[in-house]
Design a protein around this ligand. Structure first.
Ligand SMILES: NC(=O)c1ccc[n+]([C@@H]2O[C@H](COP(=O)([O-])OP(=O)(O)OC[C@H]3O[C@@H](n4cnc5c(N)ncnc54)[C@H](O)[C@@H]3O)[C@@H](O)[C@H]2O)c1
Ligand SMILES: O=c1ccn([C@@H]2O[C@H](COP(=O)(O)OP(=O)(O)O[C@H]3O[C@H](CO)[C@@H](O)[C@H](O)[C@H]3O)[C@@H](O)[C@H]2O)c(=O)[nH]1
Length: 449
């Protein structure tokens, strides 16, 4: 089948590469010329394990092309997939300007029947708006070309995106048109060989399903973080509690890891967008507001712990923090709403220096933090320990899980680790005479209360 994918970010590029891998002909369109030129040279602008190889292979074999010209994609394609960003506006509502622009461009340029598939995460009612904008542009041209608009939210997660796309738990399709549902079923058939994975529903329910899924997952995280914060005050260990509750199948083991709160380009903005949708429709979303509020507090947790540690040691001004991990999660270079950025901003505002390392997000962090003279980004994990007072861990990259504790102890001015991802065992660290502060566990019972 012939597809036009609009937007070559985390979702667009993965979608394009995976559909091309299944034999489809895919044209990828992006307004960013630099990104398109790089892709045409076989180099991808994001870090996503396994993606570059699939992109290169399919481009070489002629099934995957990149262009800034939407017409090139529209010409030959039955499906037009919208995969552009839907960031937060300052008031928390969803900014739909990129989606609306694509809808207008499609209306201006289409010459034959299209299935317009929206994969971006968008508030309920957006498909209706996309339809209206396409019709408006067609009217302005004096043409009447048939098309359908379908909602098909994407559930992949960064760092494991190829696997998620190739083996989805489900494929949600929002349409009341049986013929279009059949077309999508055929398109997704290679990803659903073991069982029928397509769940067809109304467009509004499909748009809502995406927000409900992300908000449910965000709620699990804020819930366990709340439990962790209580554990810490009463001398319980959240690691044990997590296992104790996770073995109940109704609760499950996934997505109940406490930490510095959720970051990334999805959970924070999507929770806020659903809050905005609820409020605009006269409903007070008390659970969602609590989830968001707790997450914002959680991102400050290490700031408070580090500040408290230095309170009777001359304060944090002039001290140096070694920081491992900047990306919002491992296996990605994405730093959007990363808890580490909050940590860096708060500590440097109070006069602390930060020497940071991340296995993939270093370049993006350098760009984002260029104006902050108290931050330096280093290319090697152990370099950041040189001259540092203490170490903090903000992202659970595998290479931080079993580090050289002897070297940490020897290099730091003060043998203390602040762990925002609960990677280490307190007992074990005591053997290295390293003081350990983490989330929801009190290493020394005398610290309780
Ligand atoms: N990142 C994820 O893990 C993920 C997962 C599921 C769903 N989503 C949702 O998918 C959407 C895309 O997210 P993303 O992370 O891939 O975004 P992104 O910011 O990585 O990429 C968006 C791309 O769209 C391009 N673009 C903007 N306007 C355009 C236009 N008019 N024509 C062509 N290209 C245009 C941008 O240049 C950019 O390259 C969002 O709604 C997001 O919420 C993201
Ligand atoms: O038990 C957990 C699991 C995750 N996180 C944090 O939650 C955030 C989000 O993690 P994850 O969901 O793995 O990454 P995303 O790439 O943001 O993926 C989410 O957002 C995407 C965009 O909508 C959806 O498609 C995915 O299904 C959904 O998992 C990260 O900061 C993680 O550190 C925790 O703190 N504890």
């Amino acid at each position: 089948m012939n597809l036009c994918i609009v937007g070559t970010g985390y979702v667009g590029l993965v979608t394009a590469a995976c559909f091309a891998e299944m034999g489809n002909n895919v044209v990828c369109v992006d307004v960013n010329q630099e990104i398109v030129e790089a892709l045409n040279r076989g180099s991808i602008h994001i870090f996503e394990p396994g993606l570059e190889e699939i992109v290169q292979r399919n481009a070489e074999q002629g099934r995957l092309r990149f262009t800034t010209d939407l017409n090139e994609g529209l010409e030959s394609s039955l499906f037009v997939m919208i995969c552009v960003g839907t960031p937060s506006k300052p008031d928390g509502s969803c900014d739909l300007c990129y989606v609306h622009q694509v809808a207008r461009d499609v209306g201006k340029n289409m010459t034959d029947y299209k299935v317009v598939v929206n994969k971006s995460t968008v508030p309920v009612g957006t498909a209706d708006k996309v339809r209206a904008l396409i019709l408006e542009e067609q009217e302005a041209r004096g043409v009447n070309i048939e098309f359908d608009v379908v909602s098909n939210p994407e559930f992949l997660k960064e760092g494991d995106a190829i696997n998620d796309f190739m083996k989805p738990d489900r494929v949600v399709v929002g349409t009341d048109n049986v013929r279009v549902a059949e077309l999508l079923k055929a398109l997704y058939a290679p990803f659903a060989r073991s069982r029928d994975k397509m769940i067809v529903m109304g467009v509004r329910s499909s748009e809502m399903t995406k927000y409900a899924a992300n908000c449910m997952l965000a709620t699990k995280i804020s819930f366990i973080n709340e439990i962790a914060n209580i554990c810490e005050r009463v001398g319980a260990d959240v690691n044990d509690v997590r296992q104790g509750i996770g073995s109940d199948q109704r609760i499950g083991r996934h997505f109940i890891y406490p930490g510095l709160g959720y970051g990334g380009s999805c959970f924070p903005k999507d929770v806020r967008a659903l809050i905005d949708t609820a409020v605009s429709n006269g409903y007070e979303p008390s659970v969602l507001k609590a989830v968001d509020g707790l997450n914002m507090r959680q991102k400050r947790l290490l700031v408070d712990k580090i500040t408290a540690y230095f309170a009777d040691r001359g304060g944090i001004e002039g001290k140096t923090l070694a920081l491992w991990g900047i990306a919002f999660k491992p296996n990605t270079d994405d730093i959007r709403e990363a808890p580490a950025l909050e940590l860096i901003a708060e500590l440097t505002a109070a006069g602390m220096r930060v020497q940071a390392f991340d296995p993939a997000a270093g370049d993006k962090a350098k760009e984002a933090l260029t104006e902050n003279s108290l931050v330096s980004i280093h290319p090697a994990q152990y370099d950041v320990l040189e001259g540092a007072d203490v170490l903090a861990v903000a992202t659970e990259w595998n290479q931080f899980r079993n580090p050289d504790f002897g070297r940490i102890k020897k290099t730091l001015k003060q043998p203390v680790i602040f762990d925002g991802r609960n990677l280490y065992g307190a007992e074990f660290l005591r053997r290295y005479e390293l003081e350990y502060h983490c989330i929801g566990r009190v290493a020394n019972a005398s610290q309780v209360g």
